[in-house]
Design a protein around this ligand. Structure first.
Ligand code: ZN
Length: 163
């Protein structure tokens, strides 16, 4: 089965910066899954995966403009501590830590600049903003989406939405 619109794609990945080393990988975690053709993944990654099949490996490098955009100036905001996602509160907040904030548009990843008692100053640039990113992807599953997944516009189950 080849990857095309309305297939659910599951893959493992290693993300690195060319010449600078690895940023993260999914080796010790669940793989990532998404519904192809529904803007659930970076467009450049979806384009590279189009037409590929299980067990194929894909290597793609995206410039910042194709990935998480350039670094924006004046992107530091003061956020009430209560808006930091619960999953991010297990550890003591420290500068440089990536945490999730509840926003009107859902969870957003930000970087802690300064943590106070009631508020946190966060840099709202995506942690990978301004970076050229190389994705090494190994496709582990390609399947038809269920009716429910198509109506929701995202994949369910391991690596997808759990609800
Ligand atoms: Zn859903």
């Amino acid at each position: 089965m080849k990857i095309e619109k309305n297939k659910v794609v599951t893959f493992h990945y290693t993300l690195s910066e060319p010449g600078k080393g690895e940023l993260e990988n999914s080796k010790d975690q669940d793989p990532v899954s998404y519904l192809h053709g529904h803007n659930g993944m970076l467009q450049g990654v979806e384009d590279a995966l189009e037409g590929k099949a299980v067990d194929e490996k894909v290597n793609i490098t995206l410039e910042p403009e194709q990935a998480y955009g350039p670094v924006r100036e004046n992107a530091v905001q003061r956020v009430p501590l209560k808006h930091i996602a619960k999953s991010s509160k297990r550890a003591k907040l420290k500068p440089g830590m990536v945490v999730q904030v509840n926003t009107a548009n859902g969870l957003q990843e930000v970087v802690v600049v300064k943590a106070g008692l009631k508020n946190v100053d966060v840099d709202t640039n995506h942690p990978f903003a301004g970076k050229t990113l190389t994705f090494d992807i190994e496709i582990s599953e390609v399947r038809d989406a269920t009716e429910e997944e198509l109506s929701h516009g995202h994949s369910h189950g391991v690596g997808g939405h759990q609800h």
